[in-house]
Design a protein around this ligand. Structure first.
Ligand SMILES: *Cc1c(COP(=O)(O)O)cnc(C)c1O
Length: 504
């Protein structure tokens, strides 16, 4: 089993080195003639305290750091809602091609990259069933904010001053209500019904002339397909409210159905989830915001257009909300997604939804009936992900979803997403993606089974895991910045104790 390096093994950089050691690739300062004269006032007053180490020592330091981490390249990472699929290495090679461009370069000198953006705009529109996509947004949440601002401007243009209610599914990703609130809207949560789907009766009751839109993802966060989506679309459109698609969950339906055909008006995509761009750790992402019909006029600018056989980055939709990012600074990630799409071709792309759905349901078949775990809401097949509940296990053994997650780390797997979505108690949200081999899914299911068996036999053993990782069990709250996390934590605690309800 692959095992992480431990923190208690000494880190080379922790000692200062033996004064005078130096990497060999750069000539010693004294050996080169220094032509550049740096003004005295710009020079540092004292030598910085940095370690003096040989190249070998530095390499060992960074390789060691990489071994303390976990990624898709080292093991299975079924982090629900995050679509941690394998990132083909050809993407890295192609992304290097754009490392030397400047955003203010003349259009004539960057025709290739403009053509790529143009093709991406079109391919993503085709994939989503929308009319036009803009690659202005650097992440999913930025896409949501752009989409909500587009909806806001649409209603403002119609002089609807007292519309201020954005509907959000109660299982939605936290960025949905956050984006709506940032745009100045009241957030109204729509309950999930007993089948795990949007409660249509509640939706009908709540939708009114005050509704600006409904932010939804389909399949939803439980991995269930909202089969009433056409009816949902009708309810919203009857009052000219807009249907917004959180496309971070596109993986489960990619190549099978399209948001544009389900009645969605605005869609954001996460290129760094669905389209194979590496992500995690807060690194740069890439998004797209797509629109249909009259909403196209509100897309953020500039988009690439083709005029007389030439590509220009100067298409400004007539009612555009403006720019979301100053430049396409994250263009390397768009190149990665572009090579991912081209690499798979339309045939490969159309297999993603089917294979990721197959992987999820295979895992379900292996885990269904495991004592202590339940599959809440419905027995229907899931799409890209599945949410199990470990509530019974907690009640019977004292072992929580958190303990299962930590023990999985010990067995060389990444943990699933836990305690999300909020409408499942002791949630374990597993998203296997289409890229994992069957053998890995088998091993993962076996590991969960064994952990659960252990919980009934010897729960004490699980409480201190992980012990095989570089960092052991940490305090969930203080591990984050205490001052920033405490209010949220308090809300979660009060809610889990049944003292408050955020549902409106
Ligand atoms: C990841 C995710 C987002 C936010 O995307 P970022 O690129 O992280 O801002 C929104 N909705 C869902 C369902 C997601 O999984």
């Amino acid at each position: 089993m692959w095992r992480q390096a431990k923190w208690d093994e000494p880190l080379i950089m922790e000692y200062k080195g033996n004064g005078g050691r130096i990497g060999t690739l750069i000539p010693h300062e004294k050996e080169i003639e220094i032509k550049l004269r740096i003004p005295e006032r710009l020079k540092r007053s004292k030598e910085p305290e940095i370690p003096e180490l040989s190249e070998l020592e530095v390499v060992r330091h960074f390789i060691r750091l990489s071994q303390m981490s976990f990624g898709v390249d080292t093991g299975f990472m079924p982090l629900g809602s995050c679509t941690m699929k394998y990132n083909p290495k050809v993407e890295e090679k192609t992304s290097e091609l754009v490392s030397e461009y400047h955003p203010l370069q003349d259009f004539d000198t960057v025709q290739g990259i403009l053509e790529m953006i143009y093709e991406m705009q079109n391919m993503l529109a085709e994939i989503t069933g929308m009319d036009q996509c803009s690659l202005q947004v650097p992440a999913g949440a930025a896409g949501e904010l752009a989409g909500v601002l587009m909806i806001k401007k649409y209603h403002e243009d119609k002089n609807r001053k007292n519309r201020d209610e954005m509907l959000v599914a109660d299982s939605a990703h936290g960025t949905n209500p956050a984006s709506a609130a940032m745009a100045g809207y009241k957030v109204i949560y729509i309950r999930t019904n007993k089948d795990g789907l949007v409660d249509i009766d509640v939706l009908r009751e709540v939708t009114s002339e005050k509704t600006v839109g409904f932010m939804l993802t389909n399949p939803n966060t439980l991995g269930l397909f909202e089969s009433d989506i056409l009816e949902i679309s009708k309810i919203l459109h009857r009052v000219d409210a807009k249907l917004y698609y959180d496309g971070a969950n596109l993986n489960g339906i990619l190549g099978v159905v399209r948001p544009g055909d389900m009645g969605f008006d605005v869609v954001h995509l996460n290129l760094h989830k669905t389209f194979g761009v590496p992500h995690g750790g807060g690194g740069p992402g890439a998004g797209a915001i797509c629109a249909k019909g009259e909403m196209v006029d509100y897309l953020p600018y500039p988009l690439v257009q083709k005029k007389d056989g030439k590509f220009t980055l100067d298409y400004i939709p007539s009612k555009s909300i403006g720019k979301i990012a100053t430049f396409y600074g994250n263009i390397a990630n768009v190149v990665r997604a572009y090579s991912y799409i081209l690499g798979l071709g339309s045939k490969g792309i159309s297999m993603i939804g089917k294979l990721s759905t197959l992987a999820t349901n295979y895992l379900i078949s292996k885990l269904k009936g495991v004592r202590g775990l339940s599959l809440p809401y419905s027995d229907r097949p899931r799409k890209h992900e599945v949410v199990f509940s470990a509530k019974q296990l907690l009640n019977e053994t004292g072992i929580s979803a958190n303990d299962i997650a930590k023990t999985l780390l010990d067995r060389g797997f990444y943990a699933p997403t836990i305690y999300f979505p909020p409408n499942v108690e002791e949630a374990l949200m597993i998203e296997p993606t289409e890229t994992e081999p069957k053998e890995v899914l088998d091993k993962y299911a076996d590991a969960i089974r064994q952990i659960v068996e252990e919980a009934y036999k010897n729960p004490q053993l699980l409480l201190n895991s992980p012990s095989n990782t570089s960092v052991g069990r940490i305090d969930q709250v203080t591990a984050n910045h205490p001052s920033s996390v405490t209010p949220t934590y308090r809300v979660y605690r009060l809610r889990s104790e049944g003292k408050i309800s955020i549902l409106k």
